[in-house]
Design a protein around this ligand. Structure first.
Ligand SMILES: NC(=O)c1ccc[n+]([C@@H]2O[C@H](COP(=O)([O-])OP(=O)(O)OC[C@H]3O[C@@H](n4cnc5c(N)ncnc54)[C@H](O)[C@@H]3O)[C@@H](O)[C@H]2O)c1
Length: 481
């Protein structure tokens, strides 16, 4: 299964291929006729992964019974997807957001998958729980303090289930680092240094549409970095306590463009040739169907200029985060890098672990100057020997040489995480044993992850460190540790 977003890098291949014990979970066979009834709320790009899973690999345990969105064009896209998979008209009932409770009642929905924009998560999650269904919600759990409090209140009142889909935990390389730390091999963790770089194709994509407005996404520290903060929380088995942040919009946006003398630019990428910062929706049938063909309903523009006005999120960010048990995290995110990937160094009392991942070594341009999203598919592939795509996990104990820790092969997108995550989402009642890596995540994990970004956003405004306890997010982050 691929990421489905053409701007995201293809998953890096493993440099070592030893089967990792416990990384790919085992499940019992599904009993006949026991289907949970799913609805999808927010039928854009990300919904595709869940719709495909319900109609395909997990069709023996799940049935898609309804769609909910503000845009009938995108629901029509998934009606067509479902009809093709089923081989007959799916006739999926379609609802607008104000019909959420009606949908749950009329279609006897057991679970709603929330893949709407980040700012809509809190309301949808709370209403689904109150209407008597469970939730599977994409990251980030929500974008701000009121959202956190609304969700924690709804969980407390209903006692219902909220599954957070932190797919990065399931990428075998990230699972392997968790194994290394949990094994005690590097001793007690004293500090983590974590650098994530997004390239000018994938990183730029957050500056083209709703994410570019902080009111919608909470900025990259919430929208994107909640993945990364969740990884650190989970790797360490700890919770963040204090956050200090610095950063700003230093590359994208109209002011930076003017300062660098970029001149007049087209307001959108569709129809533009030879500009590697643009995205032409007609080049990808899925993007065309989901966005260009659906514009008439709501005016949602998927391909706005990254150097246009109206961008209120940051593209360069640096954080210092204290953890409850004494470790410190230094973290940085850059969204205009020439390559994409990440580096994590974990210092412990007995040694050090280093994970290095190159997801896309460089962005190649075609003869006309357009960015090539999959250079390997063309003869112009850069074939970069200095920055080969791949991953490497080194563990070095005091007084010893560095050793390479084997990373098992993944299956599918996001470094192998998505397909394993989906098994856990749809079949977790059939797991033959508890996950030794503790990968399945709930709303508390979602809360811990966004707490860092929410505190960091406050720190960016005040210029001061922020105690997470002072945010009063509605639940104790230490609750089930
Ligand atoms: N885990 C991952 O790696 C990953 C990857 C991509 C996206 N996501 C998450 O998935 C979510 C959706 O992202 P996307 O890229 O698909 O966005 P998108 O804009 O493509 O799709 C969102 C859909 O929600 C609809 N919508 C808007 N307001 C709504 C409301 N109030 N109720 C219901 N639907 C509404 C929009 O019309 C659109 O169809 C985001 O929260 C994002 O963070 C996660």
């Amino acid at each position: 299964m691929s990421d489905q977003n053409p701007t995201a890098p293809r998953p890096a291949s493993s440099s070592s291929t030893v089967a990792g014990e416990g990384v790919i979970p085992e499940f019992a066979p599904a009993p006949e006729g026991q289907h949970r009834r799913y609805a999808v709320a927010g039928t854009g790009h990300r919904a595709g992964m869940y719709v495909d899973a319900i109609l395909g690999e997990h069709a023996d345990v799940a049935t898609l019974v309804a769609l909910l969105d503000t845009n009938p064009g995108r629901m029509a896209h998934y009606e067509a997807v479902a009809s093709e998979a089923l081989g007959h008209a799916a006739d999926l009932p379609q609802y607008a957001p104000d019909g959420l409770e009606k949908m749950i009642a009329e279609q006897s929905v057991d679970v709603v998958v929330v893949t709407a924009p980040d700012h809509a998560h809190a309301e949808l999650v709370a209403r689904v729980l109150a209407a008597g269904a469970d939730v599977v919600v994409e990251k980030p759990l929500t974008i701000d303090r009121p959202g956190c409090r609304r969700i924690t209140g709804a969980v407390a009142e209903t006692g219902r289930d909220v599954v957070m889909t932190f797919n990065y935990r399931y990428a075998p390389r990230n699972s392997s680092l968790r194994q290394v730390i949990a094994s005690g091999e590097i001793g007690q963790v004293t500090s983590v240094h974590f650098e994530w770089v997004l390239d000018t194709v994938h990183g730029a994509d957050y500056f083209r549409r709703w994410h570019r407005d902080k009111k919608n996404s909470g900025g990259l520290l919430v929208h994107k970095s909640s993945h990364h903060f969740d990884l650190v929380n989970w790797w360490l088995g700890d919770v963040p306590s204090r956050v200090y942040a610095r950063g700003g919009l230093k590359f994208y946006g109209d002011r930076n463009a003017a300062d660098r003398g970029l001149g007049a630019r087209p307001a959108r990428g569709t129809g533009v040739v030879g500009d590697p910062f643009t995205l032409d929706l007609t080049n990808d049938p899925r993007l065309k169907s989901l966005y260009l063909d659906a514009e008439e309903h709501d005016g949602y523009l998927r391909d706005q200029d990254v150097f246009g006005p109206g961008i209120t999120i940051e593209d360069n960010l640096s954080l210092l985060v204290d953890y409850r048990r004494g470790a410190t995290l230094t973290y940085s995110l850059n969204a205009h890098s020439p390559w994409e990937g990440y580096r994590v160094s974990v210092n412990g009392t007995a040694g050090r672990a280093e994970l290095e991942v190159v997801e896309r070594g460089a962005i190649a341009l075609d003869d006309e100057g357009n960015a090539l999203l999959d250079p390997s598919a063309t003869p112009t592939s850069l074939g970069d020997a200095l920055r080969p795509e791949g991953e490497r996990l080194l563990v070095q104990k005091h007084w010893e040489r560095a050793a390479e820790y084997p990373i098992p092969d993944g299956i599918g997108g996001h470094g192998g995480g998505d397909a394993i995550l989906l098994k856990d989402v749809f079949r977790r009642h059939l797991r033959v044993s508890e996950d030794a890596l503790g990968r399945p995540a709930g709303y508390l994990d979602g809360l811990r992850a966004v707490s860092v970004g929410i505190a960091a956003n406050q720190s960016l405004v005040t210029g001061l460190p922020v105690m997470i306890a002072d945010l009063d997010l509605g639940a104790s982050l230490e609750a089930d540790l």
